[in-house]
Design a binder for this molecule. Structure first.
Ligand code: NAD
Length: 463
């Protein structure tokens, strides 16, 4: 099928490249010229395992193109994905101006054939109908610019388009760091819409993935596809992220109680996770959730609830537990080092999770700000940030090129991101390079006994 993906960030580029990989003809449109230039040369503007490889093979097979030309993308696609950002406004609600610009642009460029317009961006509940309205506004604005020409009336030049498109909500559940894997191995696909024709097109689009042709385990039964109404599909995305964020806040709260009573939260998580009603995922205590999705999606759901006269008390508590948790490393540093003024703290990891280059709302950024405020010098080493231009966007932190340089002269280390390579650093050598060999393990990722043998004073979260 012919597909256009508008917005080539973590979601759009992965979606476009994966759809091209399974045989669709894809045009990816972005209004960032630099990004488009980079992608045309076969380079991915983001770090995502496996993405460059499938992008390059799709380019080689002539299955994917990159462009800044929305009109060309709209003309090409039978399916038009909107995958632009929906960042949070200070009030917590989603900033939908990028979605609006794209929807208007689609309307202004819609041509003859039937199109399915897909909300892939995480958008507030009710956005399906709103996008339809904006597309119709775009069409109307274009109509106003037309004049009868050569005996052809305006209506003939641009016939009634209301039946020529439908809007579908298709929320995205990929995880940064395993986005390509997740796209080929989804737990479910959610399609929300009022038109069976449109959801049918989407089922056809995804059928190679649903039938597991590209799955790691092809013997699994087909991927469940939930076809539902627009609002429920939009709500599913928010509810999923709000549940996961709450689950993390829950275990963090348990960890804080463990710290006080002398229990080990990693054992507690194991013990409760073995209960099939609870499950063992998202039960790792640490320095809190961050990233580009959980904070903004939980805030947006709270805001929507407020708009409709309901106070989302549980979600508000999940947020406040998290805000506190994001400073737990600071508390622990103060307990061990006492005065932080004049001390040097080294951060192992900067990104909000491993295997990504995404720094949006990363807990490390809070920590840097607070440590600077208290007069500490901050250094950091991150396997991706240290190697890329991203380091230049950071302030208040000296980014080192390896873990040993990081340790040199530090009064304490804080493990912020559980990059796999942090499990086998030469910690004994690092301890010797430090003023005080203290490590705050903000992800309960390291083995306490090994760290003590390496010469560290080890402090975990709730252990
Ligand atoms: P992103 O910021 O990485 O990418 C957005 C892209 O859209 C950018 O490349 C930007 O240049 C482009 N863009 C903005 N306005 C445009 C316009 N008018 N025309 C063309 N391109 C335009 O965002 P993301 O992380 O990929 O997230 C996209 C959406 O998907 C958000 O709503 C997000 O909540 C949702 N989502 C994200 C994730 C994730 O892990 N990142 C997961 C699930 C859902």
């Amino acid at each position: 099928m012919r597909v256009c993906v508008i917005g080539t960030g973590y979601v759009g580029l992965v979606t476009g490249a994966c759809l091209a990989h399974i045989g669709h003809d894809v045009i990816c449109v972005d209004n960032n010229e630099e990004k488009v230039k980079l992608m045309k040369s076969g380079q991915s503007p983001i770090f995502e395992p496996g993405l460059s490889e499938i992008m390059q093979s799709a380019i080689h097979n002539g299955k994917i193109e990159f462009s800044t030309d929305l009109a060309a993308g709209v003309a090409h696609g039978e399916v038009l994905f909107i995958a632009v950002g929906t960042p949070p406004l200070p009030t917590g609600e989603s900033d939908t101006r990028y979605v609006e610009a794209v929807a208007r642009g689609i309307g202004a460029n819609l041509n003859g054939g039937y199109k399915v317009i897909v909300n892939k961006s995480t958008v507030p509940i009710g956005s399906g109908d709103w996008v339809r309205m904006i597309v119709l506004d775009g069409i109307a604005e274009r109509q106003k610019t037309l004049v009868p020409a050569g005996g052809v009336s305006v209506d003939e030049q641009l016939p009634d388009m209301t039946a020529q498109f439908d809007v579908v909500s298709n929320p995205e559940f990929l995880r940064e760091g395993s986005a390509v894997y997740d796209t080929f191995n989804p737990d479910r696909i959610v399609l929300g819409g009022n038109s069976l024709r449109a959801t049918g097109v989407m089922q056809e689009l995804y059928s190679p993935i649903v039938e597991r042709h590209y799955a790691a385990d092809k013997s699994l039964p087909s991927v469940p596809v939930l076809v539902t109404d627009l609002s429920s599909a939009e709500m599913i995305k928010y509810a999923a992220n709000a549940f996961l964020a709450t689950k993390i806040s829950f275990i963090n709260e348990v960890a804080n109680i463990c710290d006080r009573v002398g229990a080990d939260v990693t054992q507690v998580a194991k013990g409760i996770g073995l209960d099939s009603r609870i499950g063992n995922k998202f039960l790792q205590a640490g320095i809190g959730w961050g990233g580009s999705c959980f904070p903004k999606d939980v805030a947006a759901l709270i805001h929507t609830a407020d708009d409709y006269g309901y106070e989302a008390q549980l979600l508000k508590s999940a947020v406040s537990v998290n805000e506190r948790q994001r400073l737990i490393a600071l508390e622990k540093l103060q307990q061990v080092l006492k005065i932080l003024k004049g001390k040097t703290v080294g951060l192992l990891g900067l990104t909000f999770k491993p295997d990504t280059d995404d720094l949006r709302d990363a807990p490390a950024l809070n920590l840097i700000e607070q440590l600077n405020r208290l007069g500490a010098k901050v250094k950091a080493y991150d396997p991706i940030v240290s190697q890329t231009g991203l380091r230049h966007g950071l302030s208040g932190v000296l980014v080192e090129t390896d873990a040993e340089r990081l340790a040199d002269g530090c009064d304490a280390l804080v493990l912020v991101t559980e990059w796999q390579q942090f499990s086998h650093l030469d910690y004994a050598k690092m301890a010797k390079l430090m003023n005080h060999p203290v490590i705050i393990d903000g992800r309960n990722f390291l083995d306490p006994e090994t760290m003590v043998r390496a010469g560290f004073q080890y402090v975990g979260v709730g252990r």
